[in-house]
Design a protein around this ligand. Structure first.
Ligand SMILES: Cc1cc2nc3c(=O)[nH]c(=O)nc-3n(C[C@H](O)[C@H](O)[C@H](O)COP(=O)(O)OP(=O)(O)OC[C@H]3O[C@@H](n4cnc5c(N)ncnc54)[C@H](O)[C@@H]3O)c2cc1C
Ligand code: SF4
Length: 809
């Protein structure tokens, strides 16, 4: 029977979760097509705050990788917006001119940030906080500017402000009212929160109405209605969201504040549904994820013609603030009213405040500040309308002594552990027992607990520990490669060596992988380990690589590609520059940009032109997309700079020529500066070299990205040869010892500099072995661009066969 065609508009959290629920209900029912305006696969928007605060990276917040869409036969169009729904013809039309038919259509277009219509709001440097691009704009601004103003003292504004403080900016938070997070906190909680954040360095302008954004092209000041003016190089507006209903409205679907839906998320147009922040259910629109999951479940059952029961019945909201060092929880009704009574505990020494709002002997709301450990218990009591009259004492009002085990033991089975995803203690215990789960990751993947804001991770771990008893420690100490195996990275590498395994399928078969084909996490890791262990014999499996590595180019937000040719040490010449200019003219390259690593990036190249651009350039690949040596940045050094004592360019070129194309667990960046003024920024590179009179200092583990980390001094050597040899030993040890996708900075944090020094500096035999193995690894490397240009089959597969990759379409 032909599958029904299901189109999802909006590749965000609610829409894709609904698709996951549909796949769970009936994975063969639909031929699924997804359109997303953003140029990314589905990611965890909630964790943008953590990205900004430097606790995680954009790569780590992807919820569904491109490979996931491929594995589930979903056609994904990123960077493509649906502009019209023709409900008579049952098709959608996109901004790229596609018309795609549907039998069923789900609208999950989310919300747009509300931007205050202030004079000057269109100036450069005025942004919202909604997506990856906003997050990147803030990180970029922090590198060039000093002062930020965040308008809005709600959850989002405070999380943005904390992130900007972490990025080194001075931050003023402007709030129109006299208390922060007024939609979640009462006056007392709000006052304590403000004091805490002020102690962290945040400055507040309370009861300030913003009047205008000043500056020429870019913002430089913000003025207020009370006459005050403050300096600002960046303005982040976090004043609320508006459901994104324009597509539905223009297509004749009934809308109010949101797209009006019934209890099964059905709109008033047949076969068209809406979920997420764009949907209005019983006159309510939601701005948090927990309701969206319930909506997705109800819709999945309905659309798969399963018993949908009463459908979606609405949600009680709870919120946690994701600012490190500040624990805030709020749920339900938290403001006193004539028919409510409140129980309050306030400890000004410990800075703890707990308030429980009761109506007719039932808890209807709560605020917790300083100790939020019993938030889920309270949320459960609110949701289940628990009577409090019979309770002899309110243990949840006592300060928690940190004993998670007794907390878990006291929890009822129906009590929620993960508020974001509505997962109870009982759900987790059942999953652990029935599916033999042993790690938090397994619980997360199986139940969705801790998959959103992550603040319940410790509680999930406590439930796991409580359920498994003694077994817990032994099994959870190990971080497995992924859910397909119980083996850790180290164990997989050891087994490959010991059993002489030579192919990913063989590894999965012999080592008892739980899924035959592996998944998008383990396949690239195993492929790397096999290549690292057998550098001469192993044939790299391109299909196991991440998509940018498969294409040997970085996919851009609009589906085009960027091409960066190799430019050893950042040095170029008139001939190469002319070639680049000619190629840029010939292929209409819209943007040519110098990268932070001193290379030339040609951006906006059409997919079908990529191999021809490589051919016409006739230069090696710059590997700007790869887990490999990216660039060696150099300063001008002794030949041109009056401070230079060493030949930084010469050494940089030699290093890049030696280690280019080498496969490494993650990207590796290097820099060589010829004196401690450090113009090549050697202190924040994976390997940074700084020249002195007759010597070179080698720094390792630096990182200039989100996890800013200064490099540590590995050693001081006298000659270029010693530099080369030491780096060969260091990189080879990193290749062999780090887990796949572990940057050198994280690896060094894990194993410690002293340990690395003992292996590569003090143990001369081991050092020699490492250097020898590096030499072997460096043979047999081939430039991928040249290979593809000369192989028409590969070229066709990668750049002309539309089915092969999903992200570029
Ligand atoms: C920084 C931040 C922190 C947050 N923290 C929390 C938190 O701690 N807890 C919590 O519960 N919630 C939090 N939220 C809110 C939560 O992220 C949202 O509730 C959730 O993402 C909404 O999911 P959605 O799918 O409805 O919308 P979205 O995730 O916004 O997805 C909608 C997608 O549809 C796309 N789209 C729109 N129109 C079209 C079109 N016509 N064609 C194609 N694509 C289209 C959009 O580009 C977008 O990618 C936070 C939000 C932000 C921004
Ligand atoms: S690092 Fe020193 S030698 Fe190199 S350019 Fe800067 S000042 Fe000159």
């Amino acid at each position: 029977m032909a599958k029904r065609k299901l189109v999802l508009v909006g590749n965000g959290m609610a829409g894709v979760r609904t698709i996951e629920e549909i796949l769970k209900e009936d994975k063969d029912r639909f031929e699924i097509t997804i359109f997303g305006s953003e140029p990314h696969p589905n990611y965890n928007r909630i964790l943008l705050s953590s990205v900004l605060q430097g606790d995680t990276t954009v790569d780590d917040i992807v919820l569904n990788s491109y490979e996931w869409y491929e594995e589930n036969n979903i056609t994904l169009y990123t960077g493509e917006t649906v502009e019209k729904i023709n409900s008579d013809k049952k098709t959608v039309l996109t901004d790229k001119g596609q018309e795609v038919p549907y039998d069923d259509l789900i609208i999950a277009t989310g919300s747009n940030p509300f931007m205050l219509p202030l004079p000057g709001a269109d100036k450069k440097g005025v942004i919202a906080f909604r997506d990856i691009e906003d997050c990147e704009a803030m990180i970029d601004a922090s590198e060039n500017y000093e002062r930020a103003v965040v308008i809005g003292g709600g959850l989002l504004g405070l999380e943005a402000a904390r992130g900007l403080l972490n990025l080194g900016m001075e931050v003023d938070v402007v709030h129109i009212l006299d208390h922060l997070m007024e939609r979640q906190l009462d006056q007392t909680g709000s006052k304590m929160l403000k004091e805490e954040l002020e102690a962290q360095g945040m400055n507040f302008l309370m009861e300030h109405g913003t009047e205008a954004i000043l500056g020429k092209d870019r913002v430089n000041k913000v003025s207020f209605k009370n006459g005050k003016v403050v300096k600002a190089d960046l303005v982040v507006m976090a004043v609320g969201i508006k459901p994104n209903i324009s597509l539905a409205k223009e297509s004749g679907i009934t809308t109010n504040r949101g797209i009006v839906v019934d209890d099964y998320m059905q709109t008033d147009v047949p076969d068209i549904y809406a979920v997420g922040e764009c949907a209005e259910h019983r006159e309510l629109v939601y701005g948090l994820v927990a309701p969206l999951w319930d909506q997705g479940k109800a819709l999945a059952k309905k659309i798969c013609e399963k018993d949908a029961g009463a459908g979606y019945q609405g949600s009680i909201l709870s919120t946690k603030l994701k600012v490190s060092g500040v624990d805030v929880f709020s749920a339900g009704e938290f403001v006193d009213s004539p028919d409510t009574k409140a129980i309050r505990v306030q400890d000004e020494f410990e800075r703890i405040y707990k308030k429980i709002v009761v109506r007719d002997n039932r808890i209807v709301g709560a605020v917790l500040f300083g100790d939020t450990s019993e938030g889920s218990k309270l949320l459960n009591m609110i949701n289940t309308k628990t009577e409090i009259t019979d309770m002899s004492q309110f243990s949840f009002l006592q300060a928690n002594d940190g004993d998670q085990d007794s907390l878990v033991a006291d929890m009822a089975d129906g009590e929620q552990v993960c508020g974001c995803n509505g997962v109870s203690k009982g759900d987790i215990v059942t999953a652990i027992n029935e599916q033999n789960l042993t790690t938090v990751t397994e619980v997360k993947n199986c139940t969705n607990a801790a998959r959103s804001c992550g603040t319940c991770k410790n509680l999930v771990q406590a439930v796991l520990e409580h359920t498994l008893g003694d077994e817990f420690e032994q099994v959870d100490e190990k971080e497995t490669v992924c859910e397909c195996t119980d083996l850790s990275h180290e164990e997989v590498v050891a087994e490959i060596r010991e059993k002489g395994l030579s192919h990913t399928k063989e590894v999965m078969n012999v080592l008892g992988w739980k899924s035959e084909e592996g998944c998008s996490k383990c396949r690239p890791a195993v492929n790397y380990y096999l290549g690292m262990v057998n550098p001469t014999d192993y044939e790299d499996e391109k299909e196991s690589r991440f998509v940018n590595e498969r294409m040997h180019a970085n996919i851009q937000k609009d589906g085009t590609y960027s091409v960066v040719p190799r430019m050893y040490g950042g040095v170029t010449n008139p001939k190469d520059l002319r070639t680049i200019a000619d190629v840029a003219d010939k292929y209409d390259v819209p943007l040519i940009k110098l990268t932070g690593g001193q290379r030339i990036d040609m951006l906006g190249i059409k997919k079908e032109d990529v191999p021809n651009v490589w051919k016409d350039l006739d230069m090696p690949s710059g590997y700007a997309y790869a887990k490999s040596l990216r660039t060696v940045k150099t300063c001008v050094g002794k030949d041109f700079c009056r401070f230079g004592t060493q030949d930084a360019i010469g050494l940089g070129i030699a290093l890049e020529k030696k280690f280019e194309m080498l496969n490494t667990p993650h990207k590796v960046k290097m820099a060589v500066s010829a004196c401690p003024r450090n113009c090549a920024e050697s202190g924040i590179k994976d390997v940074g070299i700084v020249g002195g009179e007759g010597s070179w200092e080698l720094f390792v583990g630096g990182n200039g990205g989100t996890h800013l980390r200064a490099g540590e001094l590995l050693c001081k050597v006298s000659t270029d040869e010693e530099v080369m040899e030491t780096i060969a030993a260091y990189l080879q040890y990193y290749r062999e010892d780090a887990k796949y996708l572990e940057r050198t900075s994280h690896w060094l944090d894990r194993v410690g500099l002293a340990h690395v020094q003992s292996v590569i500096l003090e143990d001369t035999a081991k050092r020699k072995e490492l250097v020898d193995r590096m030499e072997v690894a460096l043979t047999n490397l081939k430039d991928p661009w040249a290979e593809i240009i000369n192989d028409s089959k590969k070229k066709n597969e990668l750049f002309e066969n539309k089915k092969l990759t999903v992200s570029q379409q």
